[in-house]
Ligand binder design. Structure first.
Ligand SMILES: [Zn+2]
Length: 140
């Protein structure tokens, strides 16, 4: 049996304003968008902690600011879906992603130990981009 803790945060996306954010995981409870108050849905994927919310919001803002076409967003999902590369050579992956999403440059590790933040940021970007693809596919 899996015990749900309030310490678990999951990527969530809003069906009204299309933004994504980290929300606490609560079984059976509706989640409302932190931006517009609309009903939001959990994106299947990795689980985070409360202190990751700032990083998640930064990655989301960088992604949202460029307004990528669906085909390009889909390509990013495919690229980030390569778990091996995402965890073993995240910097190579970041360099490729900086072309479509230049705002991700803040993830570039400048001190030892920051590579872990980069890997986490890449996982967040995957959840954000996947939610966007899924939402566009559901539109009439
Ligand atoms: Zn919203």
């Amino acid at each position: 049996m899996v015990t749900l803790s309030t310490d678990c945060y999951v990527p969530t996306h809003c069906s009204r304003c299309v933004r994504a954010f980290l929300a606490p995981l609560r079984a059976g409870a509706d989640v409302n968008c932190s931006i517009c108050g609309g009903l939001a849905q959990v994106v299947p994927g990795e689980v985070y902690r409360a202190e990751d919310a700032v990083l998640f919001a930064q990655v989301e803002a960088a992604f949202d600011s460029v307004g990528l076409p669906l085909a390009e967003t889909f390509r990013i999902v495919a690229e980030l879906g390569n778990v091996l590369e995402r965890t073993h050579s995240p910097y190579t992956l970041l360099l490729r992603l900086l072309r479509p999403v230049p705002g991700l440059r803040f993830l570039e590790p400048t001190h030892p130990g920051e590579e872990e933040r980069l890997v986490r940021g890449m996982g967040m970007l995957l959840a954000i981009a996947a939610a966007r693809v899924q939402q566009r596919a559901e539109m009439p």
